[in-house]
Design a protein around this ligand. Sequence first.
Ligand code: BJ8
Length: 430
Amino acid sequence: MGKDYTNMWESLGLNLENHAGLLGVLSGAYKNIYLSQRGRPKGMEYFDFVISEIHGLRIEEIFEAKKEKRKVVGTFCLYVPEEIVLAVDAVCIGLCAGAEVGADEAEKFIPRNTCALIKAFMGFKLAGLCPYVELTDLLVGETTCDGKKKAYEIFNEITKKVYVMEIPNKKGEDGKKLWRNEVKRFAEKLEELTGKKIDLEKLKASSKIVNEKRKALQRLSFLRSYDPAPISGLDALLVNQVSFYDDPIRLTTKVNELCDELDARVKAEIGIAEKGSPRVLISGSPMAIPNWKVHAIIEGSGAMVVGEESCVGERNFGTLLDEDFYSLEEGMQKIADRYMTINCACFTPNDERLRNIEDLAKRLNVDGIIHYAIQFCTPYLMEAFKVRKVAETMEIPFLRIETDYSMEDVGQLKTRIEAFLEMIEKGVIA
Ligand code: BJ8
């Protein structure tokens, strides 16, 4: 039996009954999906521990940070520059959630046909389920998709602590200029919030921390290109999910330790599945914790997920920041420009995403691409058509999935995915 955190959760105003239900569901799902896998790397023990303490130890750590007068900044999107949050010595936490609980509460404020990711972040707050939201001093939204943009207005009425960054729709010179100004405005907002000034030294230090994290995640991604893959897609997805709320320095160490072990596995040709098992690239909407549904179905059907062209995946760590800057202004500009390389479907045009999918499919040597979009996620649902064309040109089998966080369609998805894997085995391109 772990430590009892009831008093801490109560002090944060959580709904203890709902919260206990959530933790029960989470630990049951984790046991079934994760702990039942065979031949997992030893390095995953750390991540198992993190999950078992998801609302415990990490929350205690953040409490401690607050006692030391550090602020807590919650984010919902990759475009929010973590370097700047760390440069004011604040704690940065990614707040997207991947569970259905709280959706009924959310639907009292937003339409039913809103994507599950938005419903989840609203619902977690409204149902008193998320200790992270309660600990934040600032919630940073962004003008990406319409659903998020409008949801933040309502979320601000509920929480009174939402700050919105304006993200351009296009990446031309005007868009870049607007974004550079937004990044400056964000830095000023954080300086005001924390009472701490960002200087060159602090920005260089925080940039290094975030880049090292990206490099470790890149290393993990690279190791998945081997056949047999040394780690399951489920485990790699989990590492990426945890990277959004764990301490970044500790996370980097743990990912590198895991990669050392995977290096040895690759040399010894030890894989998590048999050599030659079908290799699948997932592309599309982000999969926040505990959204493991599609990976679990694919890997439960005998294939391996070897990459995620997703914000919980390659889009998060694919590009490093150029740390070679010699003034605060230059640093801010390089940070802004680095974030503009993220290829979210909210941009138009967004052809770089397609090139990236092509590159990944080649590098990871994939046998099939599954496009995953959360129901009502218009940007990714729309772009699926272009991704299909890329797959067709490369003569790679392609499957488009649209789903939500519920388990109702698991049977149907399983049937479709199994048929898709059969197609791959028979070498049919559809
Ligand atoms: S950079 S993908 S994290 S916006 S799933 S809320 S897009 S309707 S999450 Fe995203 Fe930033 Fe883009 Fe990444 Fe809207 Fe789609 Fe819902 Fe989404």
